[in-house]
Ligand binder design. Structure first.
Ligand code: DGL
Length: 289
């Protein structure tokens, strides 16, 4: 740890499972030349029902692994882990080694504030995130006038991890979870769990077309781009194969590694469904070098 950072080093991204791929995709869209190292913590997820100090330990284990692998930035692509460990990971990597650490809560709050007209915003998230009060704190910090109505949706993650994103069961569940937010008349709904954008069809159908869904992925990706650019850490803009004019100029696609502490085949199947062909080999990791 602590050697000077290389622009060619990967961006480390982690989540309890496949949800963080929604953030990874936004980062890859904005920064197609960057190497990526994604870790899904399938062995320990879901994080939502777990105590915050346990989630913090999982986050530190993965963060240390990503830093040991030479990552130049760490993206906590999970709201539950951001709520439990953003500050400690910032102290551990950013303050000690100048490795920038990104969470997903503040970017989502920023977007929601820019979106709402009525000032009444809904947040759906895991139990861990809702109980932490991290969204309430972040809204209060940026705009004290916003009224925040939160609801935990404990079973959503489980469905996504099983690859179920449509159908009667998930629709019924969404109707129950979203009823209090409909009653509160929110005009903006924050998808405060990185798994939820994969359910946005069902969520939008239930909450209705007048409510704007906000997810943190694009905003987080913009933060990553801005900070890496300020720190002169963006990967050199090598030609991607389709941009190269001569065969000599053809560079290889940046390496995007996907690892899981759980079952690599299951992860690969879901990840390819959600992220397409940019997911190559998925390898099992025990988080040691
Ligand atoms: N995707 C995660 C989040 O944003 C975690 C879900 C879970 O593991 O419960 O909160």
């Amino acid at each position: 740890m602590g050697e000077s950072l290389s622009t060619a080093a990967p961006i480390g991204i982690f989540d309890s499972g496949v949800g963080g791929l929604t953030v990874a995709r936004a980062i890859i869209d904005l920064l197609p030349h960057e190497q990526i190292l994604y870790v899904g913590d399938g062995a320990n997820g879901p994080y939502g029902p777990k105590p915050a100090d346990q989630v913090r330990e999982f986050s530190i284990d993965i963060g240390d692994y990503l830093v040991d692998q030479g990552c130049k930035a760490i993206v906590i692509a999970c709201n539950t882990a951001t709520a439990a460990s953003f500050q400690i990971l910032q102290e551990r990597y950013e303050e000690r080694y100048d490795i920038p650490v990104f969470g997903v809560i503040q970017p989502a709050v920023r977007r929601a504030i820019a979106t709402t007209r009525s000032g009444r915003v809904g947040v759906i998230a895991t139990e861990g995130t809702v109980q932490s009060g991290a969204y309430d704190d972040a809204f209060r910090l940026l705009n004290d006038d916003i009224e925040v109505v939160s609801a935990a949706c404990p079973r959503f993650v489980d469905f996504v991890e099983r690859g179920i994103t449509t159908g009667r069961q998930i629709l019924g569940l969404a109707e129950n979870y979203l009823a209090p937010l409909q009653q509160a008349g929110v005009d903006t709904l924050v998808l405060g769990c990185t798994h939820y954008p994969l359910l946005s069809g069902v969520i939008q159908m239930v909450i209705g077309p007048d409510v704007t869904l906000v997810s943190s992925s694009e905003e987080t990706a913009k933060d990553v781009m801005r900070v890496l650019s300020e720190k002169n850490l963006l990967a050199p803009e090598s030609k991607l194969p389709h941009e190269a004019l001569t065969e000599d100029a053809v560079m290889r696609e940046p390496v995007r590694r996907f690892e899981t502490t759980g079952d690599p085949e299951r992860f690969a199947e879901l990840a390819r469904r959600f992220l397409g062909s940019m997911v190559g080999n998925v390898t099992a990791t025990t988080l040691t070098n």
